[in-house]
Ligand binder design. Structure first.
Ligand code: GLN
Length: 535
């Protein structure tokens, strides 16, 4: 049997230190040395998945091919590794408990008292090993959400302790901590790191490698001090200094020898040279743009960029293809009115209307789309963004004044966007949308078919409502055409407007499939149109 190595990434001192990026960067380096790697996120909350969480609190919900609604860190994993993740890559406490309680009801533990140890910890270990067996991986990197010392992440830390005890050198713990700089003292402080390692030690886990997030370089003295107090080798104290772009982090980790430190500790051969050529090419283009454009991102969560993480990253990937820096201007849809739209969107070379749910900000989105259509500004509407484009066209071109989506107005006489047949009987909200990858046939002769250069595509979905095909002829006759259709059930997946330089709406989420290695064709096409709009 293939023997997989397990790397655990824990976090100390504070949240938001970038465990996801460190995990993805380490995975990238191991991949660049020829290893088969996957990353898993264990989240300590009780929701079964983040699909029911508010993006304000938790950022975007990332969707995989197999329809899992997951933590946004999985987006980073896919973007860095150019590899797909699945249901098994994101596990929450809710899912663990649900599985254990189901087993208890089935009678699997008859006679036993069901407890956190061993039943919950066994289920956690089972989920970690299950992923390893699914993909014949050399390494599974498991990121433990939350911060060491949190009550809710204790069972995960205990599972790590047990796996280490059982598997020895096949397991390794990387602990990410903060080394703050006290400006008044003019010094970097190691105490918070010492304390968070002490907390880990209380739970029986000695970290092997410390990744220290810092605003200033760690000198030899600081490294030695951390090593001595935390019981790790000085070479295992890795500096993670702040950078302008997350895409630089794999290079910083390479320079700190994170990959070789890890491989040596796990007795794995370091045979293959690191192959980071295409990554470095991407970075060079990213850092030296020859062009720039400004694009408006119209949504209702604009206070928090994390809510649109994959969209923001997709612009970065696709921008490098044109050596173009895309300045994203986040525009709150609730603030847009007929009176101020021209001023709000002035100077922009493209408008993207974001996905979303519910009524808030809808009229602002529709107004922004009307402006983009009439001013011939390149437009991309994603999911709710496409649905708003349909509503706008129905109202302002087809003359259906009360046209709406039944999501916002169930009594409209012109439901141009309506609930999908399969969704009508569903009453539970969690995990029941049309989720994950579905095929789409691209109609020849359209702009999008020139972009995709293939007839059959597969894209990821997360929605309950759809274009109402009863209106299709009226739309097509007026020039807003279906250019992507699901081949089995005729759901409209892409629409494109005639007599406009670039006006595209997509029911799916292209942003979930954009990676550093494979920027998404729709974003490439959209940025190109925006660059031409400037001319
Ligand atoms: N709320 C819309 C629907 O459920 C759009 C969803 C989205 O933008 N992801 O169909």
């Amino acid at each position: 049997m293939h023997s997989t190595k397990y790397i655990f990434v824990t976090g100390g001192v504070t949240s938001s230190l970038g465990k996801g990026i460190i995990s993805a960067s380490l995975a990238k380096l191991l991949q660049a040395r020829g290893y088969n790697v996957t990353i898993q996120k264990l989240d300590p909350y009780i929701n079964i998945d983040p699909g029911t969480l508010n993006p304000y609190e938790h950022g975007e919900c990332f969707v995989t091919d197999d329809g899992a609604e997951t933590d946004l860190d999985l987006g980073h994993y896919e973007r860095f590794l150019n590899a797909k993740t699945s249901q098994a890559n994101n596990i929450t406490t809710g899912r663990i408990y649900q599985a254990v309680i189901d087993k208890e009801r089935r009678g699997d533990y008859l006679g036993e008292t069901v407890q956190v140890i061993p039943h919950i910890t066994d289920e956690i270990k089972y989920r970690i090993k299950l992923l390893a067996n699914q993909g014949n991986f050399d390494f599974v990197i498991t990121e433990i959400g939350g911060t060491v010392g949190d009550i809710e992440s204790l069972p995960y830390i205990e599972a790590v302790r047990q796996m280490r005890w059982e598997l020895g050198a096949s397991c390794l713990v990387v602990h990410l901590t903060l080394v703050p700089y006290l400006a008044a003292a003019g010094e970097l402080k190691t105490k918070p790191t010492q304390h968070s390692v002490k907390t880990l030690l209380e739970y029986g886990v000695q970290p092997d490698v410390l990744v220290c997030r810092t605003e200033h370089h760690l000198n030899e003295g600081i490294r030695n001090k951390i090593a001595l107090f935390c019981n790790v080798e000085p070479t295992s104290v890795i500096e993670s200094i702040d950078t302008k772009t997350i895409y630089e982090v794999p290079i910083l980790m390479r320079d700190e020898n994170l990959d070789t430190v890890v491989l040596k500790k796990m007795n794995m051969p370091i045979e293959k040279e690191l192959d980071l050529n295409s990554w470095l090419e991407f970075l060079t283009k990213l850092k030296n743009p020859k062009h720039e454009v400004s694009i408006g991102l119209v949504g209702k969560y604009v206070e928090l960029k994390d809510a649109y993480k994959s969209i923001v990253e997709s612009f970065i990937h696709a921008g490098t293809v044109h050596e173009c820096k895309v300045h994203l201007k986040l525009i709150h849809s609730e603030s847009i009115t007929e009176a101020n739209v021209a001023e709000k969107l002035a100077g922009l070379s493209g408008v993207l209307v974001a996905p979303g749910f519910g009524e808030r900000g809808i009229e602002g989105k529709i107004t922004a789309i009307k402006y983009a259509r009439e001013s011939k500004t390149p437009f991309l509407g994603i999911c709710l963004g496409m649905q708003c484009a349909v509503i706008e066209f129905a109202r302002n071109v087809l003359g259906l004044a009360d046209a709406h989506s039944t999501e916002m107005n169930s009594r409209t006489t012109n439901p141009v966007i309506d609930i999908m047949e399969a969704q009508k009987k569903i009453s539970c909200k969690g995990g029941t949308m049309r989720l994950g990858a579905y095929p789409c046939k691209v109609i020849a002769g359209s702009k999008v078919s020139e972009i995709y250069k293939t007839e059959l595509i597969s894209e990821r979905h997360r929605h309950r409502y759809e274009f109402n095909n009863k209106y299709l002829d009226s739309f097509q006759n007026a020039g807003f055409k279906a250019v992507g259709v699901n081949p089995t059930d005729n759901l409209i997946e892409m629409m494109e407007l005639d007599n406009h330089p670039w006006f595209v709406g997509v029911q799916f989420h292209p942003e979930y499939k954009s990676t550093v290695k494979q920027p998404h064709p729709l974003f490439i096409g959209f940025i190109k149109a925006a660059m031409n709009f400037n001319k």
